[in-house]
Design a protein around this ligand. Structure first.
Ligand SMILES: Cc1cc2nc3c(=O)[nH]c(=O)nc-3n(C[C@H](O)[C@H](O)[C@H](O)COP(=O)(O)OP(=O)(O)OC[C@H]3O[C@@H](n4cnc5c(N)ncnc54)[C@H](O)[C@@H]3O)c2cc1C
Length: 320
């Protein structure tokens, strides 16, 4: 195998992802958003809060201000899935212009599995060693044979653009791939998902490392609100409305009143005597005695006031 370029993350047996360049980061998202929301102070915690707000509310354009350019090398069948992500700018190694290189993807034995019985687009189960060996032999045999024919056609002067069609899709190709953060996150959300094919997931996970390093707040917000967040359909919501006991919803609302109070107190210190009133203002309905007991338990979490209020509104709509 050829040496990996500097800073490249190895993917599969001969591929890689290398971040060539990036423009902006969390700061660029905040800067763009403040054009729409007006100037504000820009303390780190506020930047994080703003990015989380934007992600929660699907205000996506500020995320498009951050750009990533990658140099990637992947098998052609992976590139075929990758290229479906239409918002990227791509420049690929040309097999019309240049000769193909003798570099083919050979799957590791551990990734040779049976067709999944549950997922038409997946694999599962342990394949016996002799069948794994057969698969590996076939991959090698067909790759070497087709490459030999390709060379023969080349030497006979047949046009490279035609001769290449003899090569199988496990041949490696290379490209420069540039995209903005919003669309890159969308790509990673789809291609690092467990439903995506293993071979593209490896590349997507490698690109995710760059996103984490370049825009850590955006990455965190994407995980919290998109990857691990949950949306309910109208039908699911109406089931929840009908079936969820209102006392459960009331308990959560109580918890939120405590959390908002604790967060407001954390953000701006209040006198001890004012706390119960503040908690009542947030919709808390416990007696002052119970409030004091819980307040002093040290178990109340703090969060983001705006987010907690949004959660409260959602729950109240379920309770109606
Ligand atoms: C697990 C998995 C299985 C898949 N299986 C298949 C399959 O069997 N067959 C198959 O053909 N594909 C398949 N795909 C590809 C899939 O259908 C999408 O083409 C691919 O994931 C790109 O998604 P996208 O269009 O959202 O992304 P992008 O092309 O990156 O677009 C990003 C967003 O931009 C917007 N956008 C971009 N271009 C347009 C446009 N022209 N018009 C309107 N809006 C646009 C859309 O909102 C889109 O979501 C599969 C993908 C995955 C992840």
């Amino acid at each position: 195998m050829k040496q990996l370029p500097e800073n490249a993350i190895k993917c599969l047996d001969k591929g890689f992802v290398r971040l060539v360049d990036s423009m902006g980061g969390d700061d660029a998202i905040v800067q763009a958003a403040r054009v729409s929301y007006g100037q504000g102070t820009s303390k780190i915690s506020q930047d994080r809060g703003l990015i989380r707000y934007l992600m929660r509310h699907r205000h996506t354009t500020p995320f498009e201000m951050v750009e990533f350019k990658f140099h990637c090398k992947m098998p052609i069948f992976v590139a075929r899935q990758w290229v479906r992500h239409r918002t990227a700018n791509i420049n690929e190694y040309s097999l019309r212009y240049s000769e193909a290189r003798d570099e083919f993807y050979y799957p590791d034995p551990e990734h040779i599995q049976f067709q999944s019985a549950f997922n038409k687009q997946g694999r599962m189960g342990e394949v016996p060693a002799d069948l794994k060996q057969k698969v590996q032999n076939y991959f090698k045999e067909i790759s070497e044979k087709s490459f030999g024919i390709y060379l023969e056609l080349n030497e006979a002067g047949v046009a490279r653009e035609l001769a290449r069609a003899i090569l199988p899709v496990n041949l490696y190709t290379e490209w420069y791939w540039k995209n903005d953060l919003h669309n890159l996150l969308h790509f990673i959300g789809l291609r690092s998902d467990s439903h995506a094919q293993y071979e593209i997931r490896v590349f997507s996970d490698a690109m995710a490392d760059s996103v984490k390093a370049v825009a850590p707040f955006a990455w965190e917000a994407y995980q919290d609100y998109v990857v691990k967040g949950m949306r309910f359909s109208r039908i699911e919501q109406s089931l929840l409305e009908k079936q969820l006991p209102s006392r459960v919803v009331d308990d959560i609302l109580e918890d939120i009143a405590y959390q908002i109070t604790a967060t407001l107190h954390y953000n701006k210190h209040r006198e001890d005597s004012d706390l119960y009133q503040l908690y009542q203002k947030q919709g808390g309905s416990n007696s002052e005695e119970d409030f004091r007991l819980k307040w002093n338990s040290g178990e109340i979490m703090i969060g983001n006031v705006r987010e907690l209020r949004e959660f409260k509104l959602k729950l109240e709509s379920l309770n109606n």
